[in-house]
Design a protein around this ligand. Structure first.
Ligand SMILES: Nc1ncnc2c1ncn2[C@@H]1O[C@H](COP(=O)(O)OP(=O)(O)O)[C@@H](O)[C@H]1O
Ligand SMILES: [Mg+2]
Length: 254
């Protein structure tokens, strides 16, 4: 099993505050790896370190077996093409149509004619359950769930090997959240891509993850399979699961 992300001992301080403290974990090819933690625990910061947007104060990060701190800007840009990032909130460009949002990377980097770009956009929209009829709409004309789908279509438009989803279900109703969960699973199953999902939605984490990392105040408390996490002996983890899963907690453990 090859390792897609290998994080060794990263710490990050900003303005004298320790945001991340000696974080260690690996993400294996093809798995759905969820980083679970409360608000402000450092989840987004970890993903920003992985894509090189934040530079850890110490420690090392390997992405596709390359130490990202040794890469030139051009090499880093190249490697980023292999990483799709679905931002917290959909973060679409309001003044751009759906197809322009989806094909944003290509509009910026490649000279491809509009007709071709639109037909490529249809392919990615179909992968996330949307269709040609959505091509020319503006984000303001879409529901919350549709915006998330467009955000995911944009992230997969470079056929990435790794997709990072930052809080993909936040702000969505439970039914739409489950549909997004299914989409994340479906994309992994169809493309074989690896996924890192940042979440505080335990129901979602326990339905889609292969492995889960529990983060608290910038520290890794536990990493394990769903079963291992459910049977955690750590009081914090047990409380966290009880609060987030409610009645499902005892039912799942049984
Ligand atoms: N650029 C920054 N400057 C100062 N503090 C930051 C910065 N980025 C993140 N933080 C702080 O780091 C902590 C973790 O943030 P974040 O990774 O966004 O948490 P999460 O995604 O788990 O909600 C928070 O307390 C946040 O205020
Ligand atoms: Mg966050």
């Amino acid at each position: 099993m090859s390792t897609v992300v290998d994080i060794k001992g990263i710490s990050l301080s900003i303005g004298g505050r320790d945001i991340l403290k000696d974080i260690n974990f690996e993400v294996y090819e093809g798995e759905i790896f969820t980083i679970l933690g409360g608000s402000g625990s450092g989840k987004t910061t970890i993903t920003k370190c992985i894509v090189g947007l934040y530079k850890p104060t110490s420690g090392s990060i390997k992405l596709f077996n390359r130490d990202i701190s040794t890469l030139s800007q051009i090499e880093l840009d190249n490697i980023r093409k292999d990483v799709g990032y679905v931002f917290q909130g959909a973060a679409l460009f309001d003044s751009l149509r759906v197809w322009e949002n989806v094909m944003f990377y290509h509009l910026e980097h490649n000279r491809i004619e509009e007709r071709k770009l639109k037909s490529m956009a249809i392919r990615y929209l179909e992968m996330v359950g949307l269709a040609e009829e959505h091509l020319d709409l503006y984000p303001s004309e879409l529901s919350g769930g549709m915006k998330k789908r467009v955000g995911i279509a944009r992230a997969i438009a470079t056929d990435p090997k790794l997709i990072i989803y930052d809080e993909p279900t936040s702000g969505l109703d439970p039914i739409t959240s489950r549909l997004i969960d299914e989409l994340i699973l479906d994309l992994r199953n169809r493309t074989g891509s690896t996924a890192i999902v940042v979440s505080h939605d335990l129901v979602s984490a326990f339905s889609i993850s292969d492995r889960i990392l529990i983060l608290r105040e910038g520290e890794v408390l536990q990493i394990g399979s769903k079963g291992e996490i459910l049977n955690s002996s750590l009081p914090f983890v047990r409380e966290f699961l009880k609060k987030g899963l409610g009645d499902l907690y005892e039912a799942r453990r049984a």
